[in-house]
Design a protein. Structure first.
Length: 139
């Protein structure tokens, strides 16, 4: 799945592409975890939209960054997306997710939301997550 990162700077308006979730998290974030424009290095966002069960209703939002919660080089990698529900506003939500990369073993790369639910996190991961949110002044 390709991710399209749009620059937030009206003077730039560049579009950057990440080939998959690993590329997005490894190569398209700043030190704080926010997505960045490849050209100007300013902040970027990924526009998302999902049809809801209610006819004619959609959930539209912007992914503005991600916080990794996994242990480097492990197959299972939980993380959270930082979400803006209103365009160009302060982030106001998080979206728990994970990926599992079995490509080194002849398998595939899978992005998911957990087998039957969200990722399972240990207390050290929760502590790191909360520390990261405080550092970003989101809580």
């Amino acid at each position: 799945m390709t991710y399209i990162i749009s620059c937030k700077d009206n003077n730039c308006k560049n579009t950057t592409y990440a080939t998959n979730i690993v590329d997005l998290l490894d190569n398209h974030r700043n030190d704080n975890g926010y997505f960045i424009c490849e050209r100007c290095k300013g902040l970027g966002y990924i526009e998302k939209s999902f049809a809801l069960q209610e006819p004619g209703h959609f959930w539209k939002f912007h992914l503005t960054g991600a916080i990794r919660l996994g242990i480097e080089d492990e197959t299972y990698q939980p993380f959270v997306f930082i979400v803006e529900n209103e365009p160009f506003s302060k982030p106001d939500s998080i979206w728990f997710s994970y990926y599992k990369d079995l490509r080194p073993f002849g398998g595939r790369l899978k992005l998911g939301y957990g087998p039957g639910g969200p990722p399972i996190l240990d207390f050290d991961q929760i502590n790191y997550f909360l520390t990261s949110l405080r550092k970003l002044r989101l809580i």
